[in-house]
Write a protein that binds this ligand. Structure first.
Ligand code: NAG
Ligand code: NAG
Length: 605
């Protein structure tokens, strides 16, 4: 009896297997191997929070059906690729879409895709191209204006630059290029004129309808941002053009004169080239080395390198003046060393020699620093000027005398220390919040506008009893293309950074919360706690435990403990600090709200 049963079972299984194999082999007739190969390029070259490697296996399409996450098929062809909000990062493989020729929708919204926009040649069926909220760089490829069926185009919140091409597809109904670094005039095509201001807002320098009218005469196509920072090349180019014109005019008449002229100019160019850029020395000693190499060649008066100035209050100086200045090291960080430079004119500036930004194009660097240089606020250290060459990148800041919040809070504890009272602490907190709220308002397109907010980057000028705080070292995140480099910024300690989640303005709010706790508790984040000998890795966790156990006043710095009348404010601020350092970024308050609450607390004082 059992044997018969087994036989039937085995037979059924056999039939089932042969039948299924049969079915599959018939069904895979429409299989498109080149589309699969294209998607595998994407799968294997990028990282994401979805495990595409285990999900994207087998054929992408089985007739109108797909088992691949984010893929929609029609008649064996991939027609949608929609990978949104999955932390997709890295650059797209070059030209991988070429063979997915029936694609109608491409969306990578809300990821961290970097590098240039995808090449869409051949994809004539495309209707939606949704690439907003990423880290795309470069300009919009011209082939995009030839996509005949385009309906939706989203590029907002990227790092795109250059001019907007003349899109004129009648089909286009959604268009957004806001929050990028586009510049120049918006082409006055019938299609592009249909979209509202918010489609174009928050760019580096866009003009024309529906934005402000362009200056007359309209800017030439893709004018590079005016920058006197590349003296060598520009002057050389002008010189070359001049030579060509001269040759054309004189060649026929006096070849000998031309020859002499060219020879003489060539020599001048050569001389300029040798003196153009100082050799970069390694480490802080390089400063003095450079001073030497430079002063050797000061005889040549034509070699002056002029700097672009954002701040007019200070007497204009050039690179030579700067290199001739006596300099002392103010601080060394992972991203460069900062010097105090005493200029011969009597002015004092802080100069940051930037490291680690060599992966960055000159344009990217200049655009970013120009953007930051335009920011003016009493609670931000003003960028005065900058210098860029292949070997050397300098950012010149106003010099803030006295010290920083870290030193003020933690330095010189013990005999001889002047305690920092509660009123002073409250005014410092308010200044930081004002500076940060301004940055968040002014740099809406930055993922994390400050990105390196910590107590040593809050410079404090002490004027009698009052303290004025200014934030420094802001706005560097877009200059650090790799995660490895941004790890050493203050945002590297936020929960979302270690969990590889999306960074936002709220990541700055987290850093602000940590500073707030540092000011209230007088403790250094990541230091051994004197009370329980445990390492306070995360100040906010420690405070949370203490506050939960109802020992609230225990957390306060001994220096402010006696100020009983302030306890209420202190605990309110502690509560706010804990909201700011919440693990979930969305539940943290916005900077504008935080500033309002601090002002309320202060007024009730
Ligand atoms: C891939 O993921 C999707 C959605 O998460 C799921 O429905 C599908 O079964 C997965 N496919 C494979 C082959 O694991
Ligand atoms: C364009 O995108 C920005 C940023 O996401 C948004 O604020 C704006 O409303 C959008 N405009 C249009 C017309 O979609």
């Amino acid at each position: 009896m059992n044997l018969i049963l087994y036989f039937f079972l085995a037979a059924a299984l056999f039939l089932h297997i042969t039948f299924s194999t049969f079915v599959i082999s018939i069904n895979l007739d429409g299989y498109q191997p080149e589309e699969r190969a294209a998607l595998l390029q994407l799968r294997d070259s990028m990282t994401s929070s979805l495990d595409l490697h285990s999900n994207w296996t087998g054929p992408p399409c089985i007739a109108n059906f797909s088992r691949w996450a984010g893929i929609v098929c029609s008649n064996w062809h991939v027609i949608h690729i929609v990978l949104e909000g999955i932390q997709l990062s890295g650059p797209l493989p070059p030209a991988f879409l070429y063979n997915i020729s029936l694609l109608t929708k491409l969306s990578f919204r809300n990821n961290s895709v970097s590098g240039p926009l995808p090449n869409l040649t051949n994809l004539v069926h495309l209707e939606s191209v949704l690439l907003s909220y990423n880290r795309f760089t470069g300009s919009i490829p011209s082939e995009y204006i030839e996509l005949p069926n385009l309906e939706r185009l989203e590029f907002q919140q990227n790092y795109l630059e250059g001019q907007i091409p003349s899109f004129d597809q009648k089909t286009l109904t959604d268009f957004n290029v806001s929050y990028n670094y586009f510049q120049g005039s918006i082409p006055p095509t019938e299609t592009l004129r249909r979209f509202p201001e918010s489609s174009y807002g928050h760019n580096l320098d866009l003009c024309g309808f529906p934005l402000k009218p362009c200056p007359v005469p309209p800017p030439a196509p893709s004018p590079p941002p005016p920058s006197p920072m590349r003296p060598g090349k520009d002057k050389k180019k002008k010189l070359e053009i001049w030579i060509v014109v001269l040759i054309a005019a004189l060649a026929a008449l006096v070849p000998l004169v031309v020859l002499l002229l060219v020879l003489c100019c060539y020599k001048r160019v050569q001389r300029k080239e040798t003196a153009k850029e100082p050799q970069a020395g390694g480490g802080p000693a390089g400063w003095t080395e450079k001073k030497l190499t430079h002063s050797q060649s000061t005889k040549d008066p034509e070699r002056k390198v002029e700097l672009e100035f954002f701040e007019r209050k200070i007497a204009v100086f050039d690179l030579d003046d700067l290199l001739r200045a006596s300099a002392e090291v103010l601080g060394k960080g992972k991203h460069g060393t900062t010097y105090k430079a005493n200029l011969e004119s009597g002015d004092v500036v802080a100069v940051k020699r930037v490291k680690n930004m060599n992966g960055l194009s000159k344009n990217e660097f200049i655009q970013q620093v120009q953007l930051l240089g335009k920011l003016k606020h009493e609670n931000l250290v003003q960028i005065i000027s900058f210098y860029h060459s292949k070997e050397e990148k300098l950012i010149i800041y106003e010099f803030v005398p006295t010290g920083n919040l870290f030193e003020l809070l933690h330095g010189n504890r013990g005999v001889g220390r002047v305690p920092l009272n509660w009123a002073a602490r409250l005014s410092i907190i308010k200044d930081i919040a004002k500076g940060l709220a301004f940055l968040h308002r002014s740099l809406p397109s930055h993922k994390v506008p400050h990105a390196n907010l910590k107590s040593s980057n809050v410079l404090i000028h002490q004027d009698g009893q009052s303290y004025r705080s200014k934030l420094t070292d802001y706005g560097f995140l877009p200059l650090l293309p790799s995660r490895k480099l941004s790890e050493s910024l203050a945002i590297g300690r936020s929960p979302e950074f270690s969990q590889r989640k999306k960074l936002t303005h709220k990541t700055d709010v987290y850093c602000f919360g940590i500073i707030l706790l540092e000011v209230i508790t007088g403790r250094i984040p990541g230091e051994v706690s004197p009370r329980d000998d445990e390492i306070v890795e995360d100040l906010s966790d420690w405070v949370r435990t203490v506050v939960n156990n109802d020992w609230s006043a225990d957390i306060l710095d001994v220096e402010i403990l006696p100020a009983r009348e302030g306890h209420d404010e202190m605990l309110k601020l502690t509560e706010m600090a804990l909201q700011c350092t919440d693990v979930t970024p969305e539940t943290r308050p916005k900077m504008s709200e935080i500033l309002g609450r601090i002002e309320d607390i202060e007024q009730k004082n």
